[in-house]
Structure formats: C-alpha cells, structure tokens
Design a protein. Structure first.
Length: 188
C-alpha cells in the first residue's frame, strides 16, 4: 500500500493557488483510481480516497489542518492505515524550483516549507519521500505568503497542467515499479 498525501489549504478560496498544487494532484489522480468511492472524512484531520492503481492499493489524502499543521494529519493517517513512512509520499509546492519542475526525493530537510516542517515534527523524522512541485519564486522580499497563496497566472496554465500530468505519471510509476525507478523517471 502507498499513501500519497497532497498538501494544501482546505477551502474553495485556496483552489488553484500555488500552495494547493498537492491537492490538485491528488484530486486529478483520484479520477484514475479503480474502485474508488470518492473522497471521505478520515479518522483524524483529513479526507481520503482509496482505490487501486494496477495491483497496488493506494490511499490519497488531503489534510484538513491547513498547511502549517499538516503533520497532524500525516501522523493520524499513518496510525490508521498502519503504513510505514517509506510508503507515504508527500506532494507539495516548492518555491526553490522553477514553475513546472518536479523533484522526487526519499528524504531531506523541510527547506523552509511549513507543511514539511510540521510533518518532521509530528513523525520525528525527515526520512519520508516527497514530490516537490516547482511554483517558482517571482515575488518581492516579504511577499512569499502572498505569492504561494496566489493563483497561477493564465500564462502558466499549460506549464501547470503538464506538471500535474508529470506528477501523476511519477506517482503511478511509484505504485507500479517502486521509488527508485520513479525517481529516474521524474528527476530528469
């Protein structure tokens, strides 16, 4: 079983924002799961959808904690589904990558991302896989929060669509062939 956790902020006002790229990816992937019953409230602060990608059972997760407390939801999901952290993939935005660029890593620091910091705090480790989705950093000093909570401009629509498709392809590769092969595919 793999658990793919898309990070974001709950609420329609955050739909389409850079910070919610994780939600956008798991929402799109949910449509590809076979035997999915759609999104349901979990036993904790999250929604989940469960289904199959080929022969692999997949759980998709959207925390309801808002970004800065995402670790609580990840902790609850791991406890409920009794899943090892190596099989939990966190999907999040990253201002250190150009818009559209993807990076799949097995572990690492939070890189200044409050959602990743919360996960490290709650599970007591930074040794968890993460799919970082580039949203660029075209903002003035002190405007980072406004930038990540802003929507992608129309001129970036195709780049963002391609990034979502690439992320889904990478997650499917994880389910089919494991993390190492997925890293070779994603990190080009």
């Amino acid at each position: 079983m793999y658990i793919f956790v898309g990070l974001g902020n709950i609420g329609r006002e955050y739909d389409g924002t850079r910070h919610n790229i994780g939600f956008a990816i798991v929402d799109a992937l949910e449509r590809d799961l076979s035997r999915s019953l759609g999104w349901r409230p979990g036993k904790g602060e999250y929604y989940y959808a469960k289904g199959m990608l080929g022969i692999e059972e997949i759980v998709l997760v959207k925390p309801t904690t808002y970004m800065n407390l995402s670790g609580r939801a990840v902790r609850d999901v791991m406890a409920f589904f009794k899943c090892e952290i190596s099989n939990v993939v966190i999907i999040c935005d990253d201002i250190a990558l150009p818009t559209g660029k993807l990076r799949l890593r097995l572990s690492g620091s939070d890189g200044g991302h409050n959602g990743l910091s919360s996960i490290i705090y709650e599970i007591g480790s930074d040794a968890y896989p993460r799919l970082r989705c580039g949203v660029g950093n075209n903002f003035h000093k002190g405007q980072q929060a406004n930038y990540v909570l802003g929507k992608f401009p129309p001129v970036e629509a195709t780049i963002v669509e391609d990034m979502i498709a690439g992320a889904i392809s990478g997650l499917k590769e994880i389910a089919k062939n494991g993390m190492e092969k997925a890293m070779n595919k994603v990190n080009v």
